[in-house]
Design a protein around this ligand. Sequence first.
Ligand code: 5GP
Length: 192
Amino acid sequence: MDSTGSSGRLVVVSGPTASGKSTLWRRLVLHPQVGFSVSATTRQPRPGEVDGKDYFYVSNERFQQMIANGELLEHAMVHGCYYGTLRSEIQKALHVGLNIVLEIDVQGFEQLRQSGLPMVSVFVKPPSMEILAARLRERGSETEEQMARRLSIVEKEMAHADEYDHVVVNDDLEAMIQQVHDLLGLEMQNQS
Ligand code: 5GP
């Protein structure tokens, strides 16, 4: 519940790697009615990423402990590393805004769907596999081996798109971001 008495909801954003979902997430969280949750992961930080801001970077051992303690609302192994949503983060974020945007993979979404929590879900599709591969190459943050692994599971992820409330195609980033704000009934915020 927020100060106006409305219930909060989760906004799940999923999509293949380099689909534009992270950019969408960054823009959504600029909105005053949007809160976010920092996930835990066993992946190593990328250059520029900050512990506690981008993710909580934890050891495999600590992650297993979190699962055992019931600290995670959902978790999944993605691209060889663990990722999970902390219950404490969701509780905290519910006080911040009506919409809590979670950028999680399709496996995590399946678990959340079963939780019965109020949510709206959006799947972001790249315009084509060729464009997705080119975007990933431009990003340059993955080794060839990591990239091949990511691309190999993209098709599997895409097969889940229909399970989401909304599917948007990122052939024009700004238009896609506007479309998602409209779907959520949010006014788009200026970037600062
Ligand atoms: P990246 O390593 O590029 O930051 O994220 C890789 C994948 O992990 C993305 O598909 C992202 O949506 C997913 N992911 C990030 N955080 C979570 C989480 O808390 N739970 C789940 N299930 N997936 C996550």
